[in-house]
Design a protein around this ligand. Structure first.
Ligand code: ATP
Length: 206
């Protein structure tokens, strides 16, 4: 389980996030919406352990993975190395997950030779290859066309069901949140608070 008890997060004199308490169990997908600039990315960076400069306590499981809005691939490394190097996965494990996300045969390509949708798939492969306990998804499908979003939503849902990490997803897209989230919350206000919706539905198997 991931547990955050946050008192405050500030940039300089500006407090961005107010007091909040957040818990996510393995197999749960907490979907967070909220206006632009509310602090979703800031909260996700805290949960991922990237930003430790906050007041409060974070208790997060060991294996964490994050998928960002923009694919953060190393352009000077081939696709397969973009999966193995940051994760420590073997070449065989990387090839298997790349095939799983529909990129069989593209392992030796350079990131610059991929479409945006393919680059996103590499990001998803990299996130799941280590079977994370905590998965942070920050607008993972932004700027893709509707058909590709559907494919990636289905793929992500299947991989979550198989590996059952605790997932926190931030998105502006209602459809993405409605498809993936088992719980919903909204981040709003100044400083922003997390307002949890009532539990809506629990996906089969979770
Ligand atoms: N490194 C930083 N230094 C100063 N202010 C920052 C920094 N990062 C974010 N902020 C500010 O914190 C607030 C929250 O930003 P954040 O990116 O977390 O919002 P968001 O909800 O993710 O927005 P969006 O939905 O547009 O991505 C904004 O007012 C932003 O300007």
């Amino acid at each position: 389980m991931i547990a955050l008890d946050l008192t405050a997060k500030s940039f300089g004199a500006t407090q961005v996030l107010g007091p909040m308490r957040l818990r996510v169990e393995p197999g749960e997908v907490l979907g967070i919406s909220g206006p632009s600039g509310a602090g979703k990315s800031t909260l996700l960076r805290i949960l991922a352990g990237i930003d430790r400069r906050f007041e409060g306590m974070l208790d997060a499981p060991g294996r964490r993975a994050m998928v960002f809005q923009s694919p953060t691939l190393m352009p000077w490394r081939r696709v397969i190395d973009n999966v193995t190097i940051p994760t420590g996965a073997t070449t065989a494990e990387a090839a298997e997950i790349l095939a799983r996300v529909g990129l069989a045969g593209l392992e030796r390509r350079w990131p610059g030779q991929l479409s945006l949708g393919q680059a996103r798939r590499v990001g998803i492969a990299r996130a799941f290859v280590g079977r994370p306990d905590l998965l942070i998804l920050d607008e993972p499908f932004a700027s893709l066309d509707a058909e590709r979003i559907e494919d990636l939503l289905a793929l992500t849902a299947a991989l979550i069901a198989e590996t059952r990490p605790a997932v926190v997803l931030a998105s502006h897209a209602e459809h993405e949140l409605a498809t993936l989230a088992t719980r919903r919350a909204r981040l709003d206000g100044r400083p922003a608070r997390l307002i949890e919706a009532q539990r809506e539905r629990v996906r089969a198997g979770s």
